[in-house]
Design a protein around this ligand. Structure first.
Ligand code: DCT
Ligand code: MG
Length: 513
């Protein structure tokens, strides 16, 4: 096993340049993805630290050897908060406010419980903050503070005006590459950094502009410095030029192709979609065949005009079978985006608890009209008594249908409406394949479903993280559960859910985190 060095844990920017990232430190399955632990060796000693790290990893905790950007919880024994803050400063960590600095008793309580326990009462408190008015150390974890930016996306208003696109695009490439390599910690670190920069109401022109903001780790700042100085980052360029990244990005852009299939195709030596299509021995799912068949249309993204046309078709068709049904555009288009990879709709029928038939009727109707190029209808799997799920990114239990719809071009009569999308060019096909997701929620879960399906993903992640860590509540697309009061909190609107969580209401177009 690699021995861990106690000092010099933060690679300087120079060291990072051209340095390969170490392989994932643990071969144990990580069960708790929301936290990443770093144990300080100072006063604890190397052997005890190694022992504790190994034990925590066995129990499903993510423990980093080094104080990387993904670390969220610092665990220490026999050190005061001031000593740790000084130590962090010596490690050139300027944003120590992003960590929870915790006594070792928190970790032992977690190990005993076999899961992360609430860390609040184990937090080390800095005396320096109150003694020295001009303290060089930032306050611990700015949660809401009016003068500081929250670490939670659900406490930031993020519109589509991104003044820092050159940085956020670069971080997105790195995050995606880590996602492909299944390194969730680093992936999340770059996604969080991008999310904070998207929120900033100004363009960053020097690294000191981001001082004090959450999630601005050393790696993040190093890349920003490169982009500021040279207009580009060698690390990002290396990813963009790597054959693995390019191939996996290409393969995962096919509807129905996930990471596992992409990696398999890469290992089989495929580098282009043509090569995949030409291999007659390759077993493809029905979804993948449809994805390849309509690839060009699907990869060209859905425009706002196309989304509006799809909205008309969906509304007309749903209300044909259930006149009182509500059809709401969700996903990126609800947040004001001008283009998206699909169009998401939430359907509910006021006063009705279950509408199992509706989706079937609509799909059958579209099939008769020749509008369906592909569909996969998944029945509801919701069990009433289940607590909100801890899964962060898992699908919910609603009945839903993933479709490829044949959207007509030009002016088309549909029911009582005339839809008009970019007119067909002569001699070319007069339709475009677009991806549509339909979700049906019971009326009493509508607000939760709407909040969950409106995104962005980062916003959703942080809503759940906030509920868990700040409110001892569990939020998912179905419900909100208060663990202290041991009851479900009802809500008829998104505003009520924010209110239950003690959050200011954030409009959909401010959720582009
Ligand atoms: N969602 C989520 N977590 C996931 C997948 C989806 O919270 N793992 C939510 C957030 C957005 C919504 O569902 C719709 O998903 P997408 O269509 O993938 O996202 P989008 O924001 O609509 O993006 P795009 O414009 O590319 O469709
Ligand atoms: Mg979408």
């Amino acid at each position: 096993m690699n021995m861990i060095r106690a000092t010099g844990l933060i690679p300087t920017r120079k060291k990072w340049k051209g340095m390969q990232l170490s392989a994932p430190v643990s071969s144990y399955k990580i069960q708790f993805n929301d936290i990443t632990i770093f144990i300080v060796e100072k006063k604890m000693g190397m052997s005890r630290r190694t022992f504790l790290m190994d034990l925590a990893r066995r129990k499903g905790f993510r423990v980093e050897n080094e104080l990387s950007d993904s670390v969220t919880h610092i665990v220490t024994e026999n050190n005061s908060c001031t000593e740790i803050l000084k130590w962090l400063q010596a490690q050139k960590v300027e944003d120590s406010a992003r960590f929870r600095i915790l006594d070792i008793s928190w970790l032992t309580a977690c190990l005993e419980a076999g899961r992360p326990v609430d860390s609040e009462k184990y937090r080390l408190v800095s005396k320096m903050d109150s003694v020295e008015s001009n303290s060089p150390y930032p306050p611990e974890l700015p949660v809401l503070g009016t003068d500081s930016v929250s670490q939670y996306a659900c406490q930031r208003r993020t519109t589509l005006n991104n003044y820092n696109k050159k940085f956020t695009d670069a971080f997105e490439v790195l995050a995606e590459n880590y996602e492909f390599r299944e390194d969730e910690g680093h992936c999340l670190a770059f996604r969080r950094a991008a999310s904070v920069l998207k929120f900033l109401p100004f363009a960053v022109v020097r690294v000191s502009d981001v001082e004090g903001l959450p999630w601005m780790g050393e790696q993040v700042k190093g890349i920003m410095e490169d982009i500021i100085e040279d207009g580009e980052s060698p690390r990002v360029n290396a990813v963009l030029n790597s054959e693995n990244y390019r191939s996996i990005k290409l393969f995962t852009s096919v509807f129905g192709v996930g990471l596992k299939t992409s990696e398999k195709w890469y290992r089989m030596g495929f580098r282009t979609l043509e090569e995949v299509k030409c291999d007659k021995n390759l077993k493809l799912t029905r979804m993948q065949r449809a994805g390849l068949l309509h690839y060009e249309d699907l990869v060209s993204c859905v425009s706002k005009a196309e989304a509006d046309a799809a909205s008309l078709i969906v509304k007309e068709s749903v209300q044909r079978f259930s006149p009182s049904a509500l059809v709401t555009l969700t996903g990126g288009f609800r947040r004001g985006k001008k283009a998206g990879h699909d169009v998401d709709f939430l359907i509910t029928v006021p006063g009705s608890s279950q509408e199992d038939e509706l989706l079937h009727l609509v799909i059958d109707f579209w099939k008769k009209q020749g509008l369906v190029l592909y569909y996969d209808l998944i029945e509801s799997t919701f069990e009433k008594k289940k607590l909100p799920s801890k899964k962060v990114d898992g699908l919910d239990n609603f009945q839903k249908c993933f479709l490829i719809l044949k959207l007509p071009k030009g002016k088309v009569d549909f029911g009582n409406s005339v839809i008009s999308v970019a007119s067909a060019e002569e001699g070319k096909k007069d339709w475009k394949a677009i991806r549509v997701d339909l979700v049906v929620s019971p009326f009493d879960q509508y607000a939760f479903a709407l909040l969950g399906w409106s995104g962005s993903r980062q916003f959703e992640r942080d809503l759940r993280r906030y509920a868990t860590h700040e409110k001892k509540m569990m939020l998912d697309n179905h419900a909100l559960y208060d663990k202290t009061k041991k009851l479900f909190l009802k809500a008829a609107s998104e505003e009520e859910i924010f209110a239950h969580l003690g959050l200011d209401y954030i409009e959909p177009w401010e959720r582009n985190a």
